[in-house]
Design a protein around this ligand. Sequence first.
Ligand code: URA
Ligand code: SF4
Length: 296
Amino acid sequence: MADTPQRRRRVLRQHVLTDALLGVWAVPQGDASPSVTPPSLPADESLPPAAAAAPVALDSLDAPAAPAAAIVAPAKVAVLSLEEKIKELDAIDRNQVRSCALCELCRSRTQTVFGEGDPDAAIMFIGEGPGLNEDQQGRPFVGRAGELLDKMILAMKLSRSQVYIANVVKCRPPENRTPTPQEAAACWPYLRRQIQIIQPRAIVTLGGPATKLLLNTTTGITALRGSWHQVQGLGPNGAAIPVMPTFHPAFVLRQYTPETRGKVWSDLQKVLELLAPTPAPGSASAPGIAPTPGSQ
Ligand code: URA
Ligand code: SF4
């Protein structure tokens, strides 16, 4: 895209507006952000209200040409140590994803983009697929959409290194087109295993393709965002993991209205509420999520 003065002005304006809305006044540089404290997480496994919305049959999404059994996880998933998580994620990336040719997208990639972040992260963000910058650098969300995602994460008082970021497909679709359902299904076992290893307390799906894949639905993002759903079977001992769909940062950049940005921020706040410490039994109103009827 040509770097014209008009474009530069638009980008600058978007930065200022995002900062104003999200209360973000600095973008994290690189991965280090030692001054940011992650939210402390409750020890229990309570699920959000209304989480039962979508019964999911994820096995139906397995690609017919599903890759080797090595990445198909057992039904009951062990909780791994950080070292085990790092080792297993690295092995899947090196031994399987980098040489993967399970779908057409292997032909157009420069390199695969596995995902990155804290293998013990409480929050996992799932995007659509690598774009030009990601394909060149081998890292997810490093272009303009990534800058906005960084700001969203920073507004949650977290840094990139404290969350985990992955995509539906690990190879760049030509012309940045949306991955086909077949490509998403072919790549799903990798993402599923990433989720099972990391076992985040909440997943944020960014945009339609990630939301459709995880919730096994054809319903559009506009109808699904802002309320809790769940992906079955990938949490500790096969538990469900709460899923909050929100708009993709690239869509937000195209529809740069206060409404769109406000909706995304409201979705992220729901995630923070879910992860906030719950009041100790018997204590008066402590900060965190108010217990919701039926959520026990
Ligand atoms: N958009 C995505 O969905 N993923 C990336 O990694 C970059 C842009
Ligand atoms: Fe393999 Fe996924 Fe790349 Fe397709 S997109 S070739 S399934 S790694």
